[in-house]
Design a protein around this ligand. Structure first.
Ligand code: TXE
Length: 484
């Protein structure tokens, strides 16, 4: 059985204590590989390796650092099919999604920041005729990068790329549920000759391998994406050491459809927003609000398109809906479907384990895409992050009402608003408390824009200049100008 290894100081190594964790293929429910059960001593080694590499790496010209990153990106692109297959097996997601969206995006992340670092400018401020201020932005040292299981390589490279482009070195801790493409990334880095210690990857559980990274005194920068409860623990753990911390956490994102929307685009996009990656994207729209005059027709078409989604073996090219990531997550999502019934909801389609799966997938974690109506905006199903293929649809009567409902959760990550009325589009976009508002689209991403959440969805922003700033320490130099 394949053994995934840590990547420390340029070497692929086992955990120092020699322990292993099982890695399950969600589509089959079977263990198919093992990963190191790393602990504090492995984290210590990785941080030490990253610390030793820092002076050399941060001292390289930006163009040299970029050259290594372009090389790693090229290797991933050349291995697209292997990476996509590995991601699909590890997560249960349709291989088509991995092939067309996620792995290409990992490549783009590396190329984007390798390019960006060669085109940055810093600020200067002239203070009357007295002084010239300029801002030096220096890398901060070793960055700790903790990433989740839903978009494993995509979100890992979204952190690694800006961290190392700006001259930091890094220790990454991928999710223990989906370690495989991080392992392939470490092989690509080694093959590209990335200097030892620039990127280190320590595999293992959140408690044994993640937590020691958050409290390590030689890791001044920490970027985390994952659940809000874990984010809270990390905020507590890092606060005492005043680490610079970015947290990207959960969402309960609204999709708001006004009656004047272009329904030919709105309905299929709302279906995609609800069920892409089995609903396991932090940006998925899990609450759909439809203006009452359009509600009945919308629901009919929405349910029709949902029930047409092809569910099957994630490795089959035709599959649109795969498995959810783990048995625990399957139980959690099914629990929310039961709760939706208890809370008085009506299940219009789905609501059960998938049927008619190929033999290979009989023990996998497949849930039918599920549409629920008849629930109030303040019930638990509409307040808590389910993070699975479950969406609620509700009618609304006016703008104030729907804005109130949209904003009426602890979360504030993203939203999607559908209307042909441009004044209303701007007005509603301004009133919604979320880090991203899409108007007449969903998941249209530009890597330069600030990305992150409000309220319990996040602290800090990733993307473009925000990321370049996050991973650097600004220092103002004030030079007195001689006045004649
Ligand atoms: O993620 P965790 P889980 C949401 C979603 C999901 C819930 C829980 O609702 O059902 O979170 O998912 C590491 N110190 N999202 O439990 O635990 C962990 O090993 C340091 C939303 O699987 O947050 C992994 O690498 N690290 C989300 C990473 O944190 C710790 C994506 C994320 O795992 C740690 C995933 C600790 N104490 C889940 N405990 C999104 N917004 O994209 C865990 N980790």
């Amino acid at each position: 059985m394949e053994r995934i290894l840590n990547y420390v100081g340029g070497e692929l190594v086992e955990a120092s204590a020699g322990g292993w964790l099982d890695n399950v293929e969600p589509a089959t429910g079977r263990v198919y590989s093992r990963l190191p059960d790393s602990d504090e001593s492995d984290v210590d080694c990785a941080v030490a390796a990253a610390g030793s590499a820092f002076a050399g790496w941060s001292g390289l010209p930006a163009v040299e650092r970029a050259r290594f990153m372009f090389d790693v990106a090229q290797r991933i692109e050349d291995g697209l099919e292997d990476f996509a297959r590995a991601e699909s097996i590890d997560t249960g997601k349709p291989i088509q999604l991995a092939r067309t969206v996620e792995i290409p995006r990992a490549v783009a992340n590396l190329r984007f920041f390798a390019g960006a670092i060669q085109h940055t400018a810093s600020e200067t401020h002239v203070t009357d005729n007295q002084a010239l201020n300029y801002t030096l932005r220096r890398p901060r040292g070793v960055a700790g990068l903790i990433s989740p299981w839903n978009l494993p390589l995509y979100l890992l490279t979204w952190k690694v790329a800006p961290a190392i482009a700006t001259g930091n070195t890094a220790v990454a801790k991928p999710s223990e549920l989906t370690p495989m493409t991080a392992y392939l990334l470490s092989q690509a880095c080694r093959d590209a000759g990335l200097p030892a210690g620039v990127l280190n990857i320590v595999h293992g559980s959140g408690v044994r391998a993640g937590a020691p990274l958050t409290t390590h005194p030689d890791v001044p920068t920490l970027s985390f994406t994952g659940g809000t409860a874990t984010g809270g623990l990390i905020a507590e753990a890092t606060a005492k050491q005043f680490k610079k911390t970015a947290l990207e956490m959960g969402g309960k994102n609204p999709t708001i459809v006004f009656a004047d929307a272009d329904m030919d685009t709105a309905v299929p996009t709302a279906v995609r927003a609800s069920f892409s990656n089995q609903g396991q994207i932090c940006l998925c729209g899990s609450r759909v609000f439809v203006e009452r005059p359009a509600y009945d027709a919308f629901v009919e078409r929405f349910v029709e398109l949902t029930s047409e989604l092809v569910q099957g073996d994630p490795l089959d090219d035709a599959t649109q809906q795969g498995a959810v990531v783990s048995k625990a997550h399957y139980d959690k999502v099914m629990g929310y479907i039961d709760l939706a019934r208890e809370e008085g909801g009506t299940i219009l389609t789905g609501g059960a384990a998938a049927e008619n799966l190929p033999q290979r997938c009989r023990d996998g974690y497949f849930i039918q895409p599920t549409v629920v109506t008849g629930l109030p905006a303040d019930c638990r199903v509409n307040q808590e992050e389910i993070f699975g293929p479950v969406v609620t649809v509700m009618p609304f009567d006016d703008e104030d009402e729907v804005v109130g409902w949209a904003n009426g959760t602890d979360y504030g990550l993203s939203s999607s608003v559908w209307t042909e009325n441009v004044s209303r589009a701007h007005r509603v976009a301004d009133r919604i408390a979320s880090g991203t508002v899409w108007v007449n689209c969903w998941l249209l991403r530009d890597l330069r824009v600030p990305f992150g959440g409000m309220k319990h969805s996040g602290v800090g922003r990733e993307g473009g200049d925000e990321a370049l700033r996050f991973y650097t320490e600004p220092k103002n130099v004030c030079l007195r100008m001689e006045a004649k």
